[in-house]
Design a protein around this ligand. Structure first.
Ligand code: UDP
Ligand code: MG
Length: 329
């Protein structure tokens, strides 16, 4: 469809895990953006936002339900248990896809500036299927997070995964792109690595990243590391190739060492090298263990993939009142 003339229905998907402190503000701000975009005839009247409660333990779902009753633009999805950020996002995308022409995903904490949605829509109406929100500055993130994130993006690219620098999960996708996303059947969902693989026309929009509006990060160090590790091992086989290469290198080295040992013995110059023996023993043992661990990691991933478990379970689904308008045109 040519969206330069017809107004698209936009859905904004917000994954929420224990976000009672920020959610009312977030819903308010995004509703306001939707109102403005509708008023300026950028998007269709039936546009809405979908809050996905990712098995929160606080009042998140109660807040979503209350807003759904009062705010005609709010829809809610409640996952039966905590499925994780990426899967919660996927649940929202897959649910919104059927009812919207394009979907923007955004975190609940207002770190990503909702005003950038206007530019997202402008690009979409020019014919872009995917628009990446890129953080212009990360001044508000801690130095630790900034550096580890930089290394992570560099490493990912080195390993052959086509991730956008400083892009998290703030992006727009057209319905067409979302339909293609469904064909990626991975259980280890790492959206920012998968979306570039779709390959439709994409562009970047730059924005300033704010501090979390309220509440605490739902990504403690442990979760962050596990997320990074998942990203690397589910998108790249380079680590396992490095292990093989190291194995070969060690093999060649040990040949030289063997020759050296024989020569030493023939010249009658054998010192009982207990220390070096032990060192090499430990070294090789260590390398072997690392290799086994890595192989195990990949086998573990294969195991998860073949099980084909559902990625999330929806417990409740309340549509937004504007969606009625969206459906009836
Ligand atoms: N989130 C989620 N499920 C989780 C963890 C986080 O849906 O298990 C959501 C969270 O509510 C937020 C987004 O994912 O909307 C990003 O989390 P957060 O802002 O805490 O991460 P950070 O910005 O600190 O990396
Ligand atoms: Mg955040």
């Amino acid at each position: 469809m040519d969206y330069s003339r017809v107004l698209p229905v936009l859905a904004v998907v917000i994954p929420c895990y224990n976000e009672e402190d920020v959610l009312p503000e977030t819903i308010g701000r995004i509703t306001q953006v939707l109102e403005e975009l509708t008023r300026d005839r950028f998007i269709a009247e039936g546009s809405f936002l979908v809050c996905v409660d990712d098995g929160s333990k606080d009042r998140t779902w109660a807040i979503i339900e209350a807003h759904q009753r009062l705010n005609r633009r709010v829809a809610g999805i409640k996952l039966a248990r905590n499925a994780g950020h990426q899967r919660a996002l996927l649940a929202g995308l897959q649910s919104a896809r059927a009812r919207a022409d394009c979907v923007v995903s955004i975190d609940a904490d207002l770190q990503d500036d909702p005003e950038a949605i206007r530019e997202f829509i402008a690009k979409f109406r020019e014919g872009c299927d995917i628009v990446y929100g890129i953080r212009r500055s990360r001044g508000t993130d801690s130095a630790f997070k900034r550096h580890t994130a930089q290394w992570f993006y560099k490493l990912m690219r080195k390993l052959g995964a086509d991730v956008e620098y400083n892009h998290a999960d703030y992006r727009l996708m057209s319905r067409r792109a979302l339909e293609q996303l469904d064909r990626f059947k991975e259980v280890n969902v790492f959206l920012r690595g998968i979306v570039p693989l779709i390959g439709f026309r994409s562009e970047c929009v730059y924005y300033d990243r704010n501090e979390r509006w309220a509440g605490e990060s739902k990504y403690p160090l442990k979760k962050m590391l596990s997320f990074a590790w998942d990203g690397i091992t589910s998108l790249s086989v380079t680590p396992i190739r490095l292990v093989t290469a190291a194995g070969f290198a060690l093999f060649v080295l040990s040949l030289f060492a063997g020759v050296y040992a024989v020569v030493r013995k023939m010249t009658g110059n054998t010192v009982t090298g207990w220390a070096s023996l032990m060192v090499s023993l430990w070294f090789v043992g260590g390398v072997q263990l690392i290799s086994l661990g890595l192989i195990g990691e990949y086998i573990g991933k294969i195991y998860k993939e073949v099980k084909r478990r559902p990625l999330y379970v929806i417990e409740e689904d309340v549509p937004a009142q504007t969606e009625q308008i969206a459906v009836s045109g």
